[in-house]
Design a protein around this ligand. Structure first.
Ligand code: NAD
Length: 451
């Protein structure tokens, strides 16, 4: 579409002026973004409440607070990251020095999903700004109030030819993807990730794909079951299970399954009480289509806990399914909702083989106090990242690059990772002019002999 082409040309012209190359300018823009978020905290929380019924607590810890912390960390470290780095030079380069210069790509496109609609639009933007890029953000159409606030905040306070929000759905993404960008950062489903990569390949645009998948959670017989139950219930049901790294299903050792389930039920009650739907403070399912998709899983296996749902409120209470098999529908694709199927295992290596026969997951969680069990799983299963004796928490650390592998994604960000994602590393060898070694030239007499 003409208007997107014009916007991208404007951003390219802004980038070419070189203003974004200044680290002071980037820091100033990050500070401006931080202030803007702080002054808009209340309207943002209201928007998240309307879009997803998120509580203020959840909105702060999983959307606003996490982004403010990322900005603080980035500002603190940016000058160090942006400096050229001297690296070693090999013997053959005698007399020369080697450097890596991080440089911005240019104009980046950021496409965001609806589950953490604020955080997943702004966290990549922080990386794009820090690395010195211009950027266009396309938020999700399924969370329209948050998308509107994002647009008002960014378009009303930053020059459009520097950073800009474009609202819309699939048609908007499709039109944007026809244009040439210098980098595309996509967060969303595996299916759409493939569409993005195909579109990017037409212009040979590099991509980061933050995707999803079925993330397993293993509870071994030697785990601290009480703690495991509490931490798994928290990671699974926060945002009503609509979290890319939520435990998708549980693999519990046969010998402790009954005890674990009893403790798990207690943990759910502790966290959410009886009838969270009636109380009305549980995050809702984003759309009727997703609600129907999720409630269709309730016929699989048997309901051990929960199962209550309300179409009008688009809410499903925390639910646990038992007697589930790999052939059930609930075990085919990422669940992305507050339904947790529980499988059992009694042999670690056969369970690991089963995991390895599936797509590589975005996250994997191991609950065990045995170093051997922890190492066995870490060394034998490939997955994006995860925790030992916890869930979800790994993505809150700016020191741990966050991303998938295989079908769960390409690339990783957060902390310095975000700066790196949006930077090209330009390798430069600075040669001496004080002398010139003759061996490299083909016309050196007996060159090989001399070496
Ligand atoms: P989605 O793929 O449906 O949509 C994501 C974005 O892509 C939206 O902005 C949407 O408008 C756009 N889009 C949708 N269809 C498109 C098409 N055909 N062409 C171009 N653009 C299109 O994902 P979603 O439903 O918004 O989010 C849920 C998925 O995202 C889950 O699979 C989840 O695991 C994943 N996710 C991953 C991460 C991560 O960091 N790895 C984080 C959150 C969500």
């Amino acid at each position: 579409m003409e208007k997107y082409n014009t916007l991208i040309q404007m951003q390219r012209a802004f980038f070419t002026q070189g203003k974004t190359k200044s680290v002071s300018f980037r820091i100033e823009m990050l500070n401006q973004l931080r202030k803007l978020i702080k002054t808009n905290e209340k309207p943002l929380m209201d928007a998240l409440k309307q879009d997803l019924n998120k509580s203020e607590f959840d909105s702060f810890i999983s959307e606003i607070g996490i982004v403010l912390e990322e900005i603080r960390f980035t500002i603190k470290n940016l000058r160090k990251w942006a400096n050229p780095r001297r690296v070693k030079t090999s013997l053959t380069g005698l007399g020369s020095k080697s450097y890596i210069y991080p440089e911005p790509y240019g104009v980046a496109l950021i496409i965001a999903p609806w589950n953490y609609p604020f955080q997943l639009s702004i966290a990549p933007l922080i990386g794009a700004i820090a690395a010195g890029n211009c950027a266009i953000i396309k938020p999700s159409e399924l969370t329209p109030r948050t998308s509107r606030i994002l647009s008002e905040m960014i378009n009303g306070n930053f020059p459009n030819d520097y950073i800009s929000v474009v609202e819309g759905g699939v048609e908007t993404s499709t039109a944007l993807l026809k244009e040439k960008f210098d980098y595309i950062f996509f967060t969303g489903s595996v299916a759409v990730g493939k569409i993005i990569m195909e579109a990017a390949s037409r212009h040979l645009t590099p991509v980061t794909l933050e995707l999803g998948g079925k993330s397993p959670c293993i509870v071994h017989e030697d785990a601290n079951l009480k703690l495991a139950a509490k931490r798994i219930a928290w990671g699974k049901y926060i945002n009503a299970g609509q979290t890319c790294v939520a435990p998708d299903y549980l693999y519990v050792h046969k010998r402790v399954k009954d005890e674990f389930l009893r403790l798990f039920k207690e943990s759910i009650l502790d966290l959410y009480g009886m009838n969270p739907i009636q109380k009305g403070d549980f995050t809702r399912i984003v759309s009727e289509r997703h609600f129907q998709r999720l409630t269709s899983f309730l016929k699989d296996g048997a309901i051990y806990y929960g199962g209550e749902h309300d179409l009008k409120k688009l809410m499903i209470e925390p639910t646990v399914l038992i007697d589930v098999s790999w052939d059930d529908e609930v075990m085919q694709d990422e669940i992305f909702g507050p339904i947790l199927p529980v499988l059992e295992f009694d042999d670690l290596s056969s369970m690991v083989n089963k995991l390895n026969s599936r797509a590589k997951p975005l996250a994997l969680y191991t609950f065990s106090n045995s170093q051997d069990v922890q190492s066995y799983i870490l060394n034998n299963v490939s997955f994006g990242g995860g925790c030992i004796n916890d869930t979800v928490f790994h993505l809150s650390s700016p020191y741990l690059p966050f991303g998938g592998v295989g079908e769960s994604g390409i690339g990783a960000y957060h902390g310095k990772g975000s700066f790196d994602v949006f930077s090209h590393e330009k390798s430069i060898l600075k040669q001496t002019t004080l002398f010139d070694l003759p061996f490299r030239y083909p016309n050196t007499k007996n060159a090989l002999k001399k070496i």
